[in-house]
Design a protein around this ligand. Structure first.
Ligand SMILES: [Zn+2]
Length: 360
């Protein structure tokens, strides 16, 4: 049992950490707004804003009449999580669903959010390392290079790629052709559902394989040394596969090709879905939700490039009271014995609910 004095010290420690974290978020937003890193949702009067501190979304149904008002509010509140609606709404501040808010149109975005991979250096599912981050990037390339470009005729200039601040990417569809943009932004949730189901291969029918999916699967067949000639001649693949001795292997390659993407289907489907504001910080990691150009994606390393540089300059003396997985930020590695850590590590530990103390 703790006595009163110990309890008081514990509270003081928690408050001290919270105050430091708040200070850094504020410092970041002052800089981000000055440098115009922070997204100002277009047509802001029709967008819903949500935010959170200890939970991802403590509050939503907020709206602003002007960009100025929005920026002033962000500076004052410096939230740990900041979101905007993908939809443009008649009444963004109405409480309730799409029928109360009245959806006018909706931005189109994919959310890739990956899990731990085999190579990961951590046991904790919520932790992060270069391997799961590589996987997230790899899936982003699959979505763009193998689906959006060849099957939908989009070019890199029609896409906006954003690192999510954790283990994922948001890929916005922003066709430069206004007519196409208007058309897809007016799709209803059923049309958006159909679109994402196509990409997840959910309605793939082996009796009738279309050219997009056909090409994707044949590529995987070739990688696995399975002859493709027969499949190129017909769209009825089932009749061929049924006669094959290695039927199971072929079917499992098809299944694996379908399951390469970890997409959050709600982000595509849900009418009132919120997505992180570009240029805000992710409250779990303290990393920047950062837009990356297609051509630089290959070289982008979130553990270095999504960390606000000032957060690597201020150091703290800390004591970590629990076992933690290895953490690499800015080419330095930390563990539960680490004593001198930069603010970037403080934000990560805080965001992950790690028990630690800041010593004077
Ligand atoms: Zn990992």
């Amino acid at each position: 049992m703790m006595n009163k004095l110990q309890e008081k010290q514990l509270d003081e420690n928690k408050n001290k950490i919270l105050d430091e974290v708040k200070k850094h978020y504020k410092e970041y937003f002052i800089y981000a707004i000055k440098r115009k890193w922070l997204e100002i949702p277009d047509d802001i009067r029709h967008k819903e804003i949500g935010f959170g501190y200890l939970k991802k979304v403590d509050n939503r149904n907020i709206s602003f009449d002007s960009e100025k008002e929005y920026l002033k509010w962000v500076l004052e509140n410096a939230p740990f999580h900041l979101y905007k609606s993908l939809s443009y709404m008649e009444h963004p501040d109405s409480i309730g669903g799409a029928s109360q808010k009245k959806i006018l149109k909706r931005e189109m975005a994919f959310d890739i959010d990956v899990h731990r991979v085999k190579k990961c250096t951590h046991k904790d599912d919520g932790w992060i390392c270069k391997y799961c981050l590589e996987e997230a990037k790899n899936q982003t390339f699959i979505l763009i290079d193998e689906f959006l470009m060849p099957d939908f005729g989009l070019s890199k200039n029609d896409l906006k790629i954003v690192y999510s601040g954790n283990r994922g990417y948001h890929i916005y569809l922003k066709p430069q052709d206004e007519e196409i943009k208007n058309t897809i932004e007016r799709w209803d949730r059923y049309q958006r559902r159909y679109f994402i189901e196509y990409i997840l291969g959910k309605n793939l029918n082996l009796n009738y394989v279309g050219s997009g999916w056909g090409k994707r699967i044949l590529k995987q067949f070739e990688k696995n040394k399975i002859g493709v000639k027969q499949f190129e001649k017909t769209s009825n693949w089932k009749s061929i596969i049924d006669k094959k001795k290695n039927k199971d292997k072929i079917l499992s390659i098809i299944e694996n090709t379908k399951n390469r993407l970890e997409l959050d289907e709600k982000v595509m489907e849900d009418d009132i879905r919120l997505l992180r504001v570009i240029g805000s910080l992710h409250g779990y990691t303290g990393f920047i939700v950062k837009e990356i150009k297609y051509n630089s994606l290959e070289y982008f390393n979130p553990l270095n490039h999504a960390v606000f540089s000032k957060f690597n300059k201020e150091y703290y003396t800390i004591k970590i009271n629990q076992k933690i997985d290895l953490l690499s930020i800015n080419d330095k590695t930390y563990n539960s014995k680490s004593k001198e850590v930069p603010a970037s590590v403080i934000l990560f530990l805080f965001g992950h609910g790690v028990d630690f103390e800041i010593l004077d």
